[in-house]
Design a protein around this ligand. Structure first.
Ligand SMILES: [Fe+2]
Length: 361
């Protein structure tokens, strides 16, 4: 278990050890392969994306399955992970370095760059249809992540965990001709003022929250298994109490918006907003870890301000293998982990919770 220091500046903060992987430019990869260097090339994309293009003489290990299939990675030659744009390739390589594969790198810029620099016959992205538009809206000053999810055929969207400055959402809705079907709060936030009220006021969209929320504003309560329609899309509520009693994880196809139940490399604290470490243990074990390894994880916080990695997404498979909170299998050890050694709760948090639950003026 990583040390947690009382002298760290933020309640979530603790040191993050980031593995470093080597970026390999497309031209260098092409040269080394042309020189017949023995390189293990690993495509980490989902199966369906391989229809678009793939490099010859490679193997396929989807990013989410990588930790469980580590034994398939050879240790006697350099390993180069690739995806379409380089980001998942980098994550895969960092994961491999962190798991002890010393000579792991990634194709810089992914296949898209490879097509531009080396081989124009390699297919480029744009041909794989996505059933939804997904935008992550990070707020670097607070380390928060909001999400804009839209059905591109019906031009209907939902915003998850909006920040208090609703300008970017309104701009997107107006410029791109979306109708906002709903605003969803994954839970009652204690560390920042939420934007549901301002966004509802500006758009008239209803607000949906977990059924255990004590919200005093008009809202729809989502129970476990209930779905929220967004055009042809369905967000399905998965109750994951612990960080707060009302916490929901929202599933959308092969993705999960995990709020603060599951963060990348950790989980949300239980001492900030009426949380319960025992309930969080259950939620992580019995709900989150039962999702398929390939599920893409979209958390509500990221970055060094929260002692988290500077990444915006992961997979259940990667978190299962590397997430500090998920690797503690013993309940009493987890309870100690969640209750001991954290910095004090900031004095402002109770007032923030009250403001976030307050009725509309
Ligand atoms: Fe939270």
């Amino acid at each position: 278990m990583a040390p947690k220091g009382a002298d760290l500046p933020h309640p979530y903060a603790r040191p993050v050890a980031a593995a470093v992987a080597t970026a390999i430019p497309p031209a260098e990869l092409a040269r080394r392969r042309a020189e017949a260097e023995r390189i293990c090339l690993v495509d980490v994309r989902p199966f369906e994306e391989r229809r678009l293009a793939r490099l010859h003489d490679e193997q396929h290990l989807p990013l989410g399955e990588l930790p469980a299939r580590l034994s398939e990675i050879p240790r006697d030659r350099p390993v180069v992970a690739y995806d379409q744009f380089g980001e998942d390739g980098r994550r895969a390589a960092e994961l491999l370095v962190g798991l002890g594969v010393r000579e792991a790198g990634y194709l810089e810029g992914g296949l898209d760059a490879y097509a531009r620099v080396v081989d124009p016959s390699v297919g480029r992205y744009g041909l794989v249809p996505s059933p939804y538009v997904l935008r992550q809206l990070p707020r670097r000053e607070t380390g928060c992540l909001a999400y804009f999810v839209g059905d591109p055929t019906e031009r209907v969207a939902v915003v998850i965990d909006p920040g208090p400055d609703v300008g970017p959402y309104l701009h997107m809705l107006q410029e791109e001709h979306w109708r906002l079907a709903a605003i969803v709060e994954t839970h009652t936030h204690a560390d920042h003022l939420a934007g549901h009220a301002a966004l509802a006021h500006a758009t008239g969209a209803p607000i949906a929250v977990g059924r255990r929320s004590p919200a005093a504003y008009p809202h729809r309560s989502l129970a476990d298994g209930e779905s929220l329609g967004v055009g042809t899309l369905e967000l399905v509520a998965l109750e994951t109490p612990g960080h707060t009693p009302d916490h929901l994880t929202l599933r959308l196809g092969g993705a999960a918006f995990t709020g603060d139940t599951l963060l990348l490399g950790g989980c949300g604290r239980t001492d900030l907003g009426d949380g319960d470490p025992d309930a969080l243990f259950e939620s992580l074990r019995e709900r989150i870890l039962r999702l398929p390894d390939a599920t893409i994880v979209y958390p509500a916080h990221y970055g060094p301000r929260h002692g988290l990695v500077d990444s915006f997404s992961s997979t259940i498979g990667i978190e299962r293998a590397t997430n500090e909170a998920l690797t503690i299998a013993d309940r009493s050890a987890f309870l100690r982990y969640m209750t001991e050694g954290w910095p004090p709760k900031p004095a402002s948090f109770d007032a923030i919770v009250r403001a976030n639950l307050a009725p509309f003026p």
